[in-house]
Ligand binder design. Structure first.
Ligand code: PLP
Length: 453
């Protein structure tokens, strides 16, 4: 059965009848009709009606090497023919997770050399949560269970992921979140800095709210702090340079483990393999997924630092945790081929030295002065555009993000796929974008802003 035998209307009807989409209001979806994306190539995606869209989100922050990479399809095909599946349980493994683990240990920050696989970022954050609590129990401090996270954080959609995250809307539907998780302030200077407060001082104050949370819980009860180096789904919130060094100091002072969630920032997005390296953070765990395979296969990897790994290996016995698809051979084969492309094409260096700075310059010059833009911020190839009614006072339009949705819809109609989260437009393009792709994006977004003003 091929989809080409179905009209768009038929596909929409079937979709409406049977398919529950993630993060979707289904009444709204049925009224609007699903857009069916049928193919993609390089930086572009195409819908069933032949419309071409420049993909400003790399799918969902993941297609770092762009679309149409036959090497990745071939790696999957070759592995499927030879061995489509075998597990890594019961003293077995397959070759590709073994080799991928060595590769990840090579590119990870110093002192991070072990890998635990899953199929999604959410799963790997579940693993991380269990692992840090297990670690403290093995160290004879079983009372150290509390995890400090932050408001606006996104750590996934499983019960543990949503509990770790700081999205109020998700918490409100959670019923009973995982106990022992508290949330400090987000490092979001655009909305939370005080009048006259320097960026540096704001960063320190935001980090100290984590210290306050640790002190309130009692440091003897706190297992870890979890954070995205740059908050992604929460609105590309880029912390001031003072923030992470202060977090690091606080974690060391109270002997609190540092869990980094690099599901978005991992594998090149900030101009280094990991943001931990570009921002000088020394984590105990790093959650990664998405661009590990550039989204061509579902795969996540929790990178585990020496401190936790040595205790768990030496004292832990069996870790009663794992997924059927942990270390899936096909997904790992694709990851190896994907990392090879990133390296061979110098995509990380390109983001660091060329396209990242050009992206910033282009968005600043073309968009920051617009009448409904309150701020443009970027890091590597990640960007945010704050939509405001009043540039000076930063007053928002009424309707809780409705204005950003209008900008987004104009952008899509104008051939530019990007996302609105609250009052913030966000961009996270494939790392293959060139200067001319960046110019094309800036033009299309500028036009959408004009139409929305
Ligand atoms: N952590 C972060 C920072 C994410 O952005 C996401 C997904 O967007 C996740 C975790 C969850 O990953 P997944 O959707 O693969 O479960």
């Amino acid at each position: 059965m091929t989809y080409q035998n179905f009209s768009l209307k038929q596909l929409q009807e079937i979709d409406g009848a049977h398919h529950l989409h993630p993060f979707t209001d289904h009444k709204d979806l049925r009224a609007a009709g699903t857009r069916i994306i049928t193919r993609a190539d390089g930086p572009f995606i195409y819908d069933s009606e032949g419309n071409e869209l420049l993909d400003g989100m790399a799918g969902l922050w993941c297609v770092n090497v762009g679309y149409g990479r036959h090497e990745l399809a071939e790696a999957a095909y070759a592995q499927m023919k030879e061995l489509p599946y075998y597990n890594s349980f019961f003293r077995c493994s397959t070759p590709t997770p073994v080799l991928l683990s060595r590769k990840l240990a090579e590119i990870a920050p110093a002192g991070v050399k072990q890998v635990f696989y899953g199929s999604s970022g959410s799963e790997s954050n579940d693993t991380a949560l269990r692992l840090v609590r297990h670690y403290w129990a093995l160290e004879g401090k079983p009372e150290k269970t509390i995890i400090v996270s932050r408001r606006s954080a996104y750590h996934g959609s499983t019960v543990a992921g949503a509990s770790l995250g700081g999205m109020a809307a998700m918490h409100s539907q959670l019923g009973a979140p995982v106990p022992g998780i508290v949330h400090a302030m987000a490092p979001y200077a655009f909305e939370l800095s005080l009048p006259g407060e320097s960026e540096h001082d704001f960063g320190v104050r935001a980090a100290r709210s984590v210290e306050d949370a640790i002190l309130e819980a009692g440091p003897q009860n706190v297992a870890a702090f979890i954070g995205e180096p740059v908050m992604g789904a929460g609105g590309v919130k880029i912390p001031p340079a003072s923030y992470w060094p202060e977090i690091q100091r606080i974690c060391r002072k109270y002997d609190v483990l540092l869990m980094l969630d690099e599901v978005i920032t991992g594998y090149g997005r900030t101009g280094a393999w990991f943001a931990a390296q570009s921002m000088g953070i020394e984590p105990d765990t790093i959650t990664t997924a998405k661009a590990l395979t550039s989204g061509y296969q579902p795969l996540s990897a929790l990178l585990v630092g020496d401190r936790i790994a040595s205790t768990v290996i030496e004292k832990g016995g069996e870790f009663y945790h794992g997924y059927t698809y942990s270390g899936h051979p096909v997904a790992c084969a694709v990851a190896l081929a994907n990392l090879e492309i990133i390296e061979k094409e110098g995509l990380i260096e390109r983001v660091r030295d060329d396209t990242g700075p050009y992206f910033r310059k282009s968005l600043m010059e073309r968009l920051a002065g617009h009448g409904i833009v309150g701020e443009v911020r970027t890091i590597g190839l990640m960007g945010a555009i704050e939509i405001v009614k009043d540039k000076e006072t930063r007053e928002r339009f009424p309707g809780d993000g409705a204005a950003a949705v209008v900008v987004r819809d104009h952008a899509i109609a104008n051939g530019m796929m990007l996302r609105a989260t609250g009052d913030t437009m966000i961009l996270s393009p494939p790392l293959i974008w060139t200067r001319s792709t960046i110019d094309m994006a800036a033009d299309r977004i500028a036009k959408a802003l004009d139409l929305a003003e």
